[in-house]
Ligand binder design. Structure first.
Ligand SMILES: [Zn+2]
Length: 61
């Protein structure tokens, strides 16, 4: 299921390395629980379809 517009998903990059983010965790309502940067080994939480890539919400894997 497309939980995010393709162009938004494409534009969404890791704020640290600007690499691609990958879906992670169980999907709720079509959206993943988090997006992960495999390069930085950081997880960005997704709540209500909103990805939190800024601030202190990112957690190291
Ligand atoms: Zn990164």
């Amino acid at each position: 299921m497309a939980w995010m517009s393709p162009w938004v998903r494409e534009a969404l990059r890791c704020p640290t390395c600007h690499g691609e983010l990958h879906d992670a965790g169980p999907h709720v309502g079509g959206a993943p629980a988090a997006l992960v940067c495999a390069v930085c080994r950081v997880s960005y939480p997704v709540t209500d379809g909103i990805v939190h890539v800024l601030g202190d919400e990112a957690t190291s894997l």
